[in-house]
Ligand binder design. Structure first.
Ligand code: ADP
Length: 742
């Protein structure tokens, strides 16, 4: 319903003296309202309205509920002045014509609160006389709570997502985590060793044996920790590679498995395609990136804790100075990480468009037309326009981040310089040793980068998590098509029946199939004929269980298709699609794909090739059936499109299922090949249920039953002779086709 229609409805309901309950949003009448409150509107006489009432009126296309703060009379017309959420300090004015009614009751959960009760009257007084003070306080508390819960949500979501990513790589991750923690601590231990080393040197010139022993001890320890540090770096390289490999393997497995089980409609819906695009893009690197960030966080936490101990030893307040020095940088990072995600999100559709144009400009399927029509410039222009826009937006954001980053750095450097001067002053005063000064210099320098790393990795984790969410959401995408029980076995004995089937594609919502009532008897050959777009392929897709009808039923021997598991359907059905796939693998493997779970039976595959009329061609290839097909890889033999189609038919025949669905099986074949395949199909279909879609009537004349479709409806049915005698749509189409071919 349009908003003005809704408004009219509201008004007519009220004018007819019927009360209406509305959801109340906002906190305009502070502190009366709470989230989720609903208000009862009642019609009222404008003359009875008083200051403090909550009035409901229409403003542009909206219904507004506000606190009434003044009633004026201008030129004998009554004008109401109100205060609301967005106009805490600006008054809203409306006249009697816009008045709908007033709120008399508030429903809060299971409670009902009368506007006339004591509490509401106290609130009314607050709202009327103290709003300037109270509304900003209330808004601040509200925003504070919202920010708090949003941060809490982001972290709990991060935890959940990390658990999903770590799940199968716990061992590798734990090893990396231990190495990271040690890497966080060792540099500080080295620092302490160096401090001791300098202190020994500056206290006399190694004159006594104790000093010499001390000198050697700290020298050896320093060297030892340097060695450990080097060792850890090597170990980290090796184990992080192992971790990356395990995560990548797992992620790709999840990605591929999920794609396999997704509804076909997912690929036809543009917003879902955006989601798929993001998921595929992110899956390649984001999970491993997030684990690496987590390891950096571990390292930073270990360093920060150690550093904290060190600063307590030098001067505890220095850690606060350090923290303040990096704070602006952190805030800027958080702010820009959110902006980056929003930008990426807003660029997603355009990015997908850009990749599409890139595919046109670089992909083989478009290469012929691109040269012939010379449309390269057109698509290059489109590609560059989008690319320029996307790059400009990114660089503008980077520029702004860089500017604020420079300000933050200047602030930190000033603060650190002052602190350094202070520490030097302490040394001059003899309060701390030169070793401690050196320790401080290094610790401060390390501390600065460690704290920076820590907050950077936390913000980076949250940013990466926002992207990882896309992948996790993709893995959680619902799969509608899991039909009945997996174990249910089925073999067609009697018939497939469509009862009043209506269907529309999700993307268009246009009824593509209308009240379809057809029967496909078991063991018979049934053909769907009709003009382009009449719904023939859609019927085949429904038979495969790719989509479910919007209404009506598809019954296999009286059992509804929803009750059959998709695997059961797959076992019973084999299909050749009009847009069959070309696989750049060997000829034998191409055919084997038709029944990939069966034992590899070369003889049967050759038989399927013979029935599809491609056996001789394949035998004569350089390596016979073992020749690589297609031109993608070296040594591949390219076939004609008709030959590819025959391979697709051989693939379907090799499956040897009880039901064969063929959507335009001979569209790319010459007349001889078509006849040969038809003869084979006739023999083949004697004990099988075959459904053939064709616009070439010669292909289907011999079918037991022909359905003529037009604009999604079955207009005629019968065998060829019956339909010809009818002299209807089928007859006309047949005549036209014969005249054309004569
Ligand atoms: P036919 O096989 O008889 O040529 P189809 O079954 O392919 O016809 O198409 C029937 C109608 O459904 C057409 O109007 C077509 O535009 C529409 N259609 C087909 N596929 C889709 C799809 N994936 N999404 C939306 N509409 C579709």
């Amino acid at each position: 319903m349009k908003s003005d229609e809704l408004l009219d409805l509201v008004e007519s309901v009220i004018n007819d003296d019927i009360s209406l309950i509305i959801n109340m949003k906002g906190f305009s009448m502070f502190p009366t309202l709470r989230p989720g409150d609903r208000g009862l509107i009642e019609k009222c006489n404008p003359k009875t309205l008083k200051k403090g009432d909550i009035v409901v009126f229409r403003l542009a296309q909206k219904i507004i509920a506000h606190r009434l703060i003044k009633i004026h009379s201008i030129d004998k017309k009554i004008v109401f002045i109100t205060k609301g959420d967005n106009n805490s300090f600006i008054d809203q004015t409306f006249d009697v014509a816009a008045l709908i009614g007033k709120i008399t009751l508030i429903y809060r959960g299971t409670h009902t609160i009368k506007m006339s009760n004591l509490m509401m009257n106290v609130r009314k007084t607050e709202a009327l006389y103290f709003s300037r003070l109270l509304i900003p306080i209330h808004h601040f508390i509200l925003r504070w709570n919202q920010t708090g819960s949003s941060i809490k949500n982001r972290f709990s979501n991060l935890k959940k997502n990390i658990e999903i990513v770590i799940d199968s790589v716990r061992k590798e991750f734990s090893i990396n985590a231990i190495i990271s923690v040690l890497q966080g601590i060792i540099p500080f231990i080295i620092l302490i060793c160096v401090k001791k080393f300098i202190d020994v040197l500056t206290h006399g010139s190694l004159q006594n044996i104790h000093q010499q022993k001390q000198f050697i001890l700290w020298l050896v320890l320093t060297a030892l920790f340097f060695l450990i540090s080097g060792l850890l770096s090597e170990l980290r390289e090796y184990f992080s590679e192992k971790l990356a490999q395990s995560v990548t393997k797992r992620v790709y497995l999840q990605l591929h498995e999920k794609h396999e089980e997704l509804d076909l409609s997912t690929y036809e819906n543009s917003s879902k395609q955006d989601q798929l695009h993001r998921a595929v893009q992110e899956a390649s690197f984001r999970p491993i990136k997030i684990l690496n960030e987590l390891l950096i966080t571990f390292r930073s936490v270990a360093s920060v804790l150690f550093l904290f101990g060190l600063f307590v030893f030098i001067r505890w307040y220095l850690i606060i100075i350090l923290f303040v020095a990096i704070l602006p940088g952190i805030l800027i990072r958080i702010k820009f990480s959110r902006k980056r995600y929003k930008l990426k999100d807003s660029q997603n559709t355009r990015e997908r468009e850009m990749y599409y144009f890139n595919r046109i400009l670089t992909g083989f399927p478009f290469a012929k037309e691109l040269r012939l029509f010379g449309y390269g410039r057109f698509f290059r222009q489109k590609f560059h326009n989008i690319q320029n826009d996307l790059f400009d937006e990114k660089i503008t954001l980077r520029r702004s981040e860089m500017k604020w980053g420079i300000y933050a750095n200047i602030f930190s450097i000033i603060l650190i310089s002052i602190t350094l001067a202070f520490i030097s002053y302490l040394n001059i005063q003899g309060i701390i040793s030169i070793g401690t000064v050196v320790l401080f210099f290094f610790a401060f320098q390390r501390g600065y980068s460690v704290l920076n790393d820590f907050f950077r990795s936390i913000t980076q984790l949250l940013e990466d998590n926002a992207f990882l969410n896309d992948f996790i959401q993709f893995l959680k995408m619902p799969v509608k098509q899991t039909l009945g029980e997996k174990s249910s076995s089925f073999s067609l004995q009697h018939e497939i029946r469509f009862e009043n089937v209506n269907f529309s594609y999700e993307s268009t919502r246009r009824n593509v199939l209308k009240s379809i009532n057809i029967v496909i008897p078991a063991g018979k050959t049934v053909a769907f004929v009709g003009t382009n777009g009449s719904g023939k392929t859609t019927l085949i897709k429904l038979l495969c269980g790719f989509y479910l009808p919007d209404s009506g039923r598809i019954l296999f021997d009286g059992k509804e298709i929803r009750e059959l598991h998709s695997k059961t359907l797959q076992q019973n059905i084999t299909t050749v699609f009009q847009d069959f796939a070309l696989y750049n693998i060997t000829a034998l493997q191409n055919i084997a794909l038709g029944n990939i779970n069966a034992d590899f039976n070369e003889r049967k595959m050759e038989e399927a090739a013979r029935k599809a009329g491609i056996e001789d061609v394949l035998k004569n290839l350089p390596n016979g059936f073992h020749t690589l097909l297609g031109s993608l890889f070296q040594g591949g033999e390219e076939l004609s499109i008709g030959q590819w189609q025959k391979i697709a038919i051989a693939r379907a025949l090799y499956r040897d299922s009880a039901i064969i669905l063929m959507d335009e099986p001979s569209s790319a074949l010459d007349a001889d090949s078509e006849m040969q395949i038809i003869n084979n199909l006739k023999n083949l279909s004697s004990n099988k249920t075959a459904v053939i879609v064709s616009h070439r009537l010669s292909t289907v004349q011999w079918a037991d039953l022909i359905y003529f479709l037009d604009q999604g409806e079955v207009k005629e049915s019968g065998n060829h002779h019956e339909l010809m005698e009818k002299k209807g749509l089928y007859y006309n189409l047949y005549q036209t086709a014969s005249n054309f071919y004569c």
